[in-house]
Design a protein around this ligand. Structure first.
Ligand code: ATP
Ligand code: PRP
Length: 205
């Protein structure tokens, strides 16, 4: 099987969960992005690109549910994995805090324009979405946005930048992704993998 794993903070949890299910993978070293391990091949990609690789042919991938929601990829998601837990939240400076329903005309900075757009559409609130790639908390601090939608784990980054959480947009967890065609052509291998991971999670092994 070919696996595409996220190369950042989700890599260690991804390797661990696969190992607990009996699949011993070794990430490529020395700047290489592909490694063959026995019958398997491991590819390393950015978390945001993992769903694209799986949709276009890599058998199995792991990334965050935030990424899958944002990219809207056509992949199967047979399992939620027990790591990468955090949330996507709407936050703003404490002194200008308002309810999301009262944010008409506000500018919201985010790395998640699609998820953010859907969140405000449901509330029937029109906001201007400013797409950034990282350090999102900077935008309200320097006055180029009124609020942000970003990942919150411990809340340290929000607090350090004078922001408060106003609403939870979604809970986030790592997910196992499977290519639709591989699910049919490699049915036994994929099912074995999904069952193996499920058992490992349930047994806490
Ligand atoms: N505290 C956290 N901050 C950010 N992402 C987290 C956190 N905890 C879990 N995650 C998950 O990890 C994913 C991001 O991983 P990582 O930080 O490696 O990617 P990234 O910031 O998109 O990387 P880069 O832009 O450097 O490639 C998120 O999409 C989310 O699913
Ligand atoms: O609630 P906390 O525990 O503080 O974690 C959340 C922060 O961590 C992530 O940033 P990261 O370090 O990945 O940098 P980035 O903002 O440039 O993506 C995320 O984007 C938040 O900024």
């Amino acid at each position: 099987m070919r696996f595409v794993l996220p190369k950042g903070r989700l890599l260690r949890g991804s390797l661990e969960v696969l190992q607990r299910a009996g699949i011993e993978l070794r990430p490529p070293g020395e700047r290489r992005l592909v490694e063959r391990v026995g019958n398997h091949e491991v590819l390393l990609a950015r978390a945001f690109d993992v769903p694209v690789y799986v949709e276009y042919g890599v058998d199995v991938g792991i990334t965050g549910s935030d990424v899958v929601e944002e990219r809207g990829s056509d992949v199967l998601v047979p399992l939620e994995l027990p790591f990468g837990k955090c949330r996507l939240s709407l936050a703003m400076p404490n002194e200008n805090r308002v309810d999301p329903e009262d944010m008409d005309g506000y500018r919201v900075a985010t790395k998640y324009p699609n998820v953010t757009g859907r969140f405000f559409e449901k509330l029937d609130v029109e906001v201007d979405i400013l797409r950034l790639s990282g350090s999102i908390e900077l935008a309200p601090k320097v006055g180029i946005a009124d609020a942000i939608v970003d990942i919150v784990e411990t809340g340290t980054t929000l607090r350090a930048n004078g922001l408060v959480e106003v609403a939870r947009v979604m809970d986030v967890s790592a997910l196992l992704l499977v290519n639709r065609i591989a699910q049919k052509t490699k049915f036994e291998e994929i099912n074995g993998l999904v069952l193996g991971i499920k058992e490992a999670i349930e047994n806490g092994s």
